[in-house]
Write a protein that binds this ligand. Sequence first.
Ligand code: BGC
Length: 735
Amino acid sequence: MKHKLIAASVCSAAFVASAQTGLAQAPAAQPAANAGAQAAATEAAMTPAERTLMTHGFMALPGFVKGPFPADAVVGAGYIPGVPRLNVPSLRETDASLGVSYVGGLRKDGGATPLPSGVAMASTWNPELIQRGGAVIGAEAKAKGFNIMLAGGVNLMRDPRNGRTFEYLSEDPLLSGVLGGAAIAGIQSNHMISTVKHFALNGQETGRHFIDSRIGEAAARESDLLAFQIAIERGRPGAVMCAYNKVNGAQSCDNDWLLNRVLKHDWAYQGFVMSDWGAVPSLDSALHGLDQQSGEQLDPAVFFGDQLAASAAKDAAWAARLKDMNRRILNSVYANGLDRDPPVKKPLDKAAGDAATEAAARQGIVLLRNVGDVLPLTAKARKIAVIGGFSANGVLSGGGSSQVQADGGPALTIPTSPAGPLAGFSDETFHRSVPLDAIAAKAAGAEVTYRNGRYLSEAVAAAKSADVAIVFATQWSTEGFDLPDLTLPDGQDALIAAVAKANPHTIVVLETGSAVLMPWLGDTAAVLEAWYPGGRGAQAIASVLFGETNPSGRLPISFPASIEQLPRPKMDGADSVEPNMLGKGAEGQTLSANYDIEGADVGYRWYARQNLKPLFPFGFGLSYTQFRYDDLKLTPTGATVTITNTGQRAGADVAQLYLVSGPNGPARRLAGFQKVDLQPGEKRSVQIAIEPRILAAWRDGFWTLAGGRYRLAIGADALDLGPAAEVTLAARRWK
Ligand code: BGC
């Protein structure tokens, strides 16, 4: 019992010296409110050598670790040793926002619950459901021995071709912030830390290690930074992960303005900043606000170990910085109870996981088209032809570090790059949830046939002989690589076009990570956007097709009518950067993205500003029932509106409140939203809070609200605006 804790009855946060070692010892664990004091006391008790234990960590993958694999490390994204003498636990990190990542099956403890992709979960517009998903994946991470989840991806979707669009939530700062905060709160309800990431303006994967995101301060504060700010306020994440890219000239993890000024000073963030894996350029990043170097094997050197200790030993400014780094890390450890409630390895609660992922998938599916009410399917569909999309094998998932697999691993794995050490990272994989089986299970008495869609002639023949053709189409995307365009690959556009011409009752089910173009749209009867629907995706798709679930998903991203509508029709670096997720660029190679083109007008705001009509607008989604809006009333802080379900089925609507004009002119900004369940004929008065920063502008270091009249409207989506009302607001400024 050499390192026994000595009860500190004198002062809860004080340390007493150990008779055996002469070193200060840790006091009893503190409630979260005392986290700051406990962190300060623990830091004060650290030896100089202990002070750089938690400031750097490594990728916890067998074969990648120098020396023996630590006894308490868990195979996953990262490991940071603790300070056992002071009862500070090691930090065991797993990816990511969609569940406990599978790391290619290297961790031999089975699978985990794959949630639907981020964009799918955001399509629910339902913070409670997302919080529940977070709570479930956090519990699973803990049951596998982790205490940090590298989750909370809230980067705005500035370009639908971004390969990580599927991991993120939306193109809107309010929606992303609210939903991201809910996910983080859910994860952290398990006494663990969640990150929010990737801070900031990490808008594309092409040249991700060296691209410079250029944007004016006001535009940044009103868009991507606002999403982070709201997510941090609501979710209180223990850590912020800075990004790979540069922001206005300095790398995100080495960016004094971003980390010290915006995050720590202006937002008074008390947690710690961890780097992305391989994103630290030098020791000086510590002075620029970085608190922890992650995945250090991928950086040019272990800057935050001996180098940091040496600087702190001879320079008071460095010593002070090191003290702050430790206090911040410890503050998050104590505030989230990592010391009080350590992970205990145990079997996962699979029933809870299945229920949460299926609930999210059902609410995240977006009905984009339904001509002649072909959906929901009825008993009149005696013969159903299911075609394509590997729908006899599973449902698609996105690639990269966020990849989750259930027990047994993927149902199907398709290589997408040449063989090599990183090849597995970019495998296209499908979950073991089979649409063909789920459809057959619900289509009682109907004949269900399957064609893989590789030959048009065969697919067309099957479609012709069926009452209904359901074509599954996939667009796979992954971390590390962007989509070259928004077509459906492998001839799937031609397949859908041919089948739709052959059968007027053709239903397209899309499993995509992002928006796609739909040249065949006019010939189809129905289109369901199912995204990457997660581990119970097929069951969710079937339940929508057969009307057991009334679709209530709404697009969190605009679908362009053409690539030319995007702010950057040619993605920066598309023709100059060799696709390579680790590539730092050729010697001297530079790349920048001009985000001032759209500024804060990301997505639907851009379409509104340019007067462009997208294929499907942000917020769009059909239902098997209809809703009507009446009696919109505004106060300075919120709106009330009466919503009536005027149809024959129970369903959920998402009332979206948009700013349409203010003293500074016309605008289109989502100022609030509320999802509501309504029985047929039911009418409900719904309250929607207005986020004041959405009405304001960032000017000279303040949120600045111009005095005057503001017009807001309730929209079924960002284009289809219903009743509007006005409210007069007094001018004000705030931080
Ligand atoms: C990704 C992060 C991830 C980290 C650890 C990076 O490549 O950008 O999102 O958390 O790896 O796996």
